[in-house]
Ligand binder design. Sequence first.
Ligand SMILES: Cc1cc2nc3c(=O)[nH]c(=O)nc-3n(C[C@H](O)[C@H](O)[C@H](O)COP(=O)(O)OP(=O)(O)OC[C@H]3O[C@@H](n4cnc5c(N)ncnc54)[C@H](O)[C@@H]3O)c2cc1C
Length: 562
Amino acid sequence: MPSHDVLIIGAGLAGQRAALAAAQEGASVAIISKVHPVRSHSVAAAGGINAALNPEDSWESHAFDTVKGSDYLGDQDAIEIMTREAPNEILWLEHAGVTFHRNESGHLGTRAFGGASQARTYYVADITGHAILHVLYEQLMKHHETVNRYEEWFTTDVLLDDDGRCVGAICRNLKDGRLELFNAKATILASGGAGQAYKPTTNGLIVTGDGIAQAYRVGAKLMDMEMIQYHPTTLAGNGLLITEGARGEGAWLLNAEGDRFMESYAPNKLELASRDVVSRAEQTEINEGRGFDDGTVALDITKVPRRRTLEALREIVNIGRDFAGVDITREPIHIRPGMHYIMGGVKTDTDGLTTIPGLYAAGEVACVSVHGGNRLGANSLLDTLIFGRRSGEHAAKRALQMPMPSSPLSRLAETEREIDSILNREPGGPRIGAIKNELGETMNEYVAVFRDEDGLAKALEIVQRLKEQASKASIDDRGSVFNQDMIAAIELGYMLDCAEAIVVAAQERKESRGAQFRLDFPERNDDEWLKHIDITVNGAGPPKVSYSPVTITRWQPEERTY
Ligand SMILES: Cc1cc2nc3c(=O)[nH]c(=O)nc-3n(C[C@H](O)[C@H](O)[C@H](O)COP(=O)(O)OP(=O)(O)OC[C@H]3O[C@@H](n4cnc5c(N)ncnc54)[C@H](O)[C@@H]3O)c2cc1C
């Protein structure tokens, strides 16, 4: 049985940063990923990463922008930590080999991003996530003696002992179907978001909410689950992202009448208001008949000098050409708000500890909560790195002071039986793909930019019916080598759990704040709802709801305008 001080599930930016930090503390580490680490979804991150590094900027300004962006739901102690530690993290990355853009004077150059009062986004063209992920992977190689990489292994469950402490996880080697129990003194979930519960989404096929559901199933609290970010600029139909970097470089949003409509919604920040504000403005234009026939508005990147677009936004030049047949350097491209990010996740403290002893979470799977009701663009990469590192350090220190726990071996046989029961389902049952499509389309219809009680009730009813169907869905591949059919069945269960938690939390919050806009409760209501909604498992029934306070250190809630 593999035994390690620290077991990390996920090898995106949060997981790899955690692994490096834990190894540097002297811990033995296992890092597990269902895909090769550099194919983790962090590789798609485009526009950049925020830090108040310029002398004329300050962490306080970055923190205030983040608090305001969160619509005052973000916990300010966590936001202070993230923004204070950001400049050193950028320098650390630079020294490790990330080739951040430099300006004409040779200094690290920035671009503007939404909701920020300063241009403080550091970037590598529009492949920032790719650049950082590859550098972290190289750094991990230096620690090959203490960091064991389990690439293309799939975690099915996290394990608790009889006292309710996390003692490791069960994982399946995708190459041959072998199940293994991983024993660990501390386990860090770094398994990313849950975007595939929506259709379309900017998120890749692997982003299926595994860690959120696994933690929830063993009793960990989830928080802010209702807060789903719709990014303002995604392609209709396929959901592909056009980075906010385009608006940061000067692109405009136009309706079908050619009006720069953000002038009426956010006269000061225009296209660079926070994402919830811009997405709502676009959807309003579309709903009120000022959009194009394909349910979109236009992003005009021709406002950016062509040379600059070709240098700094080259990936979206390719995306425009390959997926929309548009040369973005010469004509506007049609876009609309699309599901992009989950602000909620597994509730943690500022060292990544969840409500289960021994279980940590960091990155998009977690909710610290630094994003509250709405994440600012380029704050997620920062979140993954700061809280990935802090979790790795804390978990390693904890692990080095304790003996190896013993894991309940019987659980291995239990998981084996569960997998066999999927493999042996009667043929002819409901199709996994069809259930997933209905789930995604339902979430995108009723739990999107605008919500109301009737739509949310419908969504819950459908999600619960789909849960029932999913338990009977049959698969075609009964083999053991790279059985993605069987993995898809397990992932579908995770997405359904996440979706149920999202809908229940959205029903519970009877106000509009950040990404949650309730047509039936259109105002923010600080008197009753300046609090987090926590979600916990409740046997086979619908999730249990409770509340926790928002931490306010120095910024009292104010009216939010851009
Ligand atoms: C198109 C796009 C562009 C973006 N651009 C930016 C940007 O410019 N700036 C910014 O700040 N943010 C950006 N974001 C958001 C940001 O990229 C993500 O929030 C962040 O990268 C998530 O990192 P992570 O480490 O938490 O998870 P991920 O990178 O998603 O990694 C998850 C890891 O967990 C593993 N895993 C998952 N489930 C299992 C399982 N069951 N068993 C084993 N392993 C598992 C995966 O294999 C993977 O290694 C963007 C997002 C998208 C979709």
